[in-house]
Design a protein around this ligand. Structure first.
Ligand code: ADP
Ligand code: MG
Length: 254
């Protein structure tokens, strides 16, 4: 049986900040439909890795490919041609950050239609229709005209997910999507992400929610000091990790 097409591929990725070598040669591939949970101690490089994929941080070495587009920056800089490719890659990715990052002076609906209207140049009627479908998916149709500040953190994060989906992304990158939430709001956000997994969306999720990772992921990747130390199915990584460090990390998070 052949594998599904590759949505996202990272090879030999390196990134340093001054003397601090944060990513030391990361290889990671996501096929269409993969849900990859990225776990690891604080400071292991998870956020940097996620930020290097859309070139929000420019890697020092290595290659990032999203669909047919590929960039191999050298020395933490992009040439003008690479910048154009990176911009196209960003357009094929959705992002959901820890702190929601909604536009504060735009309503919920305006947040969701922003990229379709102004980046993808779709018609307003089409963008609004689709946004309403997405708001229904995340359970927020009644909040379409609300301001972000008037929503709970869980609701804001669900808007951020709808906004990411509105881009028709090839893959969605989540960086600790529930870490900033009050405990009673975590479940509603995880439920939405779980429904996306069931739809076959391709996702890379940095999370400390180990039960969730075990349940929804097709693969779990454990990062240690800028290297992939484990990469396997949830059964392998949670049940029988090869690395003692991974085992200790997991047992500390259940
Ligand atoms: P994680 O998300 O796994 O906690 P990060 O990727 O945020 O780890 O950070 C990894 C290391 O890189 C840390 O030592 C952090 O201080 C450093 N780092 C991250 N971003 C920057 C930056 N913009 N400038 C300097 N150092 C950074
Ligand atoms: Mg982080």
């Amino acid at each position: 049986m052949s594998l599904p097409p590759t949505a996202l591929s990272i090879t030999g990725l390196r990134k340093r900040f001054g003397a601090n070598e944060v990513l030391r040669g990361i290889d990671l591939t996501a096929q269409d439909g993969d849900v990859i949970s990225l776990i690891g101690a604080s400071g292991s490089g998870k956020s940097t890795l996620l930020r290097c994929i859309p070139m929000l941080e420019v890697p020092d070495a290595g290659t990032v490919s999203v669909g047919a587009d590929s960039v191999s920056p050298k020395g933490g800089r992009l040439s003008r041609a690479e910048e154009a490719v990176a911009r196209r890659m960003r357009g094929h990715l959705g992002f959901v950050f820890q702190n929601f990052n909604l536009w504060p002076h735009r309503t919920v609906l305006q947040n969701v239609v922003e990229a379709p209207l102004f980046v993808q140049n779709r018609s307003r009627a089409e963008a609004v229709d689709e946004a309403m479908v997405l708001l229904e998916k995340v359970g927020l149709t009644d909040k379409r005209d609300a301001w972000p500040a008037h929503l709970s953190g869980g609701q804001q994060q669900r808007v951020a997910i709808a906004r990411a989906l509105a881009q028709h992304p090839r893959a969605i990158l989540f960086d600790e999507p529930t870490s900033a939430l009050d405990p009673e709001l975590v479940g509603e956000v995880l439920k939405v992400i779980r429904s996306l997994a069931e739809e076959g969306r391709t996702m890379l999720i940095v999370t400390h929610e180990m039960g969730f990772a075990r349940e929804v992921s097709s693969r779990v990747v454990f990062l240690h000091q800028g290297l992939v130390e484990e990469d396997g199915t949830p059964a392998q990584v949670f049940g029988n990790p090869g690395s003692d460090r991974c085992r200790a990390f997991i047992s500390g998070h259940f």
